[in-house]
Design a protein around this ligand. Structure first.
Ligand SMILES: NC(=O)c1ccc[n+]([C@@H]2O[C@H](COP(=O)([O-])OP(=O)(O)OC[C@H]3O[C@@H](n4cnc5c(N)ncnc54)[C@H](O)[C@@H]3O)[C@@H](O)[C@H]2O)c1
Length: 356
């Protein structure tokens, strides 16, 4: 088994809280060799605090000197495209924070820079990693739960004016979108992980409270290829915060209530006798997601949550939601092609929304 040389780019909140524990848990297979941040003080202090031997403000210099096997992008979304392209071109695999990119156009540029057998870029949707989700998908595939009928994906979070005062937040050109892209994307991704491909989306979005360019609430109606219907609610204005998923199958209702991550106890089944309890509990987390990427690197195979294989689909649904909300149209997957302005930018150039 190879011990991979890893560089962390963007040494802020998520790098500290989620990535350091994930790499510590895989210390036998990974070695943190460099920290990169445009803020030299942050990069230095992160490297010193965590025993990382080198700190850089320049990604390309780091790539030339350190030759990492894996570059982890924890920088703001607008910085992901260039960093992912340079890293892939240098031969490094990329593990990048959600939202992966500012548009499907950016996603496709990066996918085109991947090479058969690696390097590949893989998106961090850590909520895919919990045992509760894996059991549900297996039960659904086995037919035990019947067929999917109705679902809800609710992300009712609270983000204060101070949260949006950070310069890169709340802007199309730096954050890429609002609460739909930045927060709701996790539950929307889980919806897709369970219900598979969607067929059409209708939606609304609004700026109700925060003084910013992007939306602070959105709602959508989604029809899936299976015929199942879902509602989606995304909010950055909800004082009682919750992430909630509900699936009504023909034989059972399955619900998940949590906030930023879940364990087995957060899932309820009605009737309870249909709850699967086999295997060890895995709480959803970056730490639980990382081994799958390292396994793929060992095998030189496309990793989970990359390309059309899971990495792109949540961004597709988010894009469809924005287009449906800003134009009033019903959006289908076949609409999301390069000649569609929403493929290029998530505000689609719609004047009421496109201020930067
Ligand atoms: N997976 C999750 O649940 C989750 C949770 C929170 C944040 N995130 C994502 O993680 C990313 C970072 O969020 P955060 O909360 O850690 O932000 P943050 O502001 O705390 O940290 C970002 C860091 O990146 C640095 N930076 C800015 N531009 C850079 C560039 N071009 N190159 C290198 N470094 C740069 C900043 O100086 C800062 O230190 C975002 O994409 C965000 O959406 C994911």
């Amino acid at each position: 088994m190879t011990r991979f040389r890893v560089a962390v780019v963007g040494t802020g909140h998520i790098a500290e809280e989620a990535h350091l524990p994930a790499f510590a848990a895989e210390a036998g297979r990974t070695e943190l060799v460099a920290a990169v941040d445009i803020d030299a003080e942050r990069a230095d202090s992160f490297a010193v605090r965590h025993g990382i031997p080198a700190a850089y403000t320049d990604l390309d210099a780091m790539l030339r000197r350190e030759r990492p096997d894996l570059v982890v992008l924890c920088s703001p979304p607008a910085a992901h495209l260039d960093a992912a392209l340079s890293s892939l071109r240098s031969g490094a695999w990329v593990w990048l924070e959600k939202p992966p990119f500012l548009s499907l156009a950016e996603f496709d540029l990066v996918e085109a820079a991947e090479r058969q057998g690696g390097p590949y870029a893989s998106v961090i949707f850590q909520q895919r990693s919990g045992s509760g989700l894996r059991r549900l998908v297996r039960q659904l595939d086995s037919g035990e739960l019947g067929r999917p009928l109705v679902a809800q994906a609710v992300t009712t979070w609270y983000r204060s004016p101070e949260y949006y005062a950070v310069p890169w937040r709340g802007r199309w050109d730096t954050e890429g979108g609002g609460t739909t892209l930045g927060h709701g994307i996790h539950q929307m991704d889980l919806l897709l992980a369970v219900l598979g491909p969607w067929a059409e989306v209708r939606a609304m979005a609004a700026r109700l409270e925060r003084d910013m360019d992007v939306e602070d609430v959105s709602t959508a109606l989604v029809r899936f290829e299976s015929g199942a219907l879902a509602t989606v609610v995304n909010s950055a204005l909800s004082r009682r915060e919750e992430s909630y998923l509900r699936f009504d199958f023909s034989e059972a209702s399955v619900e998940l209530r949590h906030l930023y991550g879940y364990g087995d106890a957060d899932w309820t089944y009605t009737p309870e006798r249909l709850r699967a309890v086999d295997g060890a509990e895995v709480r959803s987390s970056h730490t639980a997601l990382l081994p799958g990427l390292l396994d793929a690197m060992d095998r030189k195979e496309r990793p989970p949550l990359s390309g059309r294989n899971g990495g792109r689909e949540a961004l597709e649904l988010v894009t469809a939601l924005y287009q449906a909300a800003f134009t009033g149209a019903t959006v289908r997957p076949t609409d999301l092609l390069p000649d569609n302005p929403f493929y290029q930018r998530l505000h689609g150039g719609v004047p009421e929304w496109a201020r930067c």
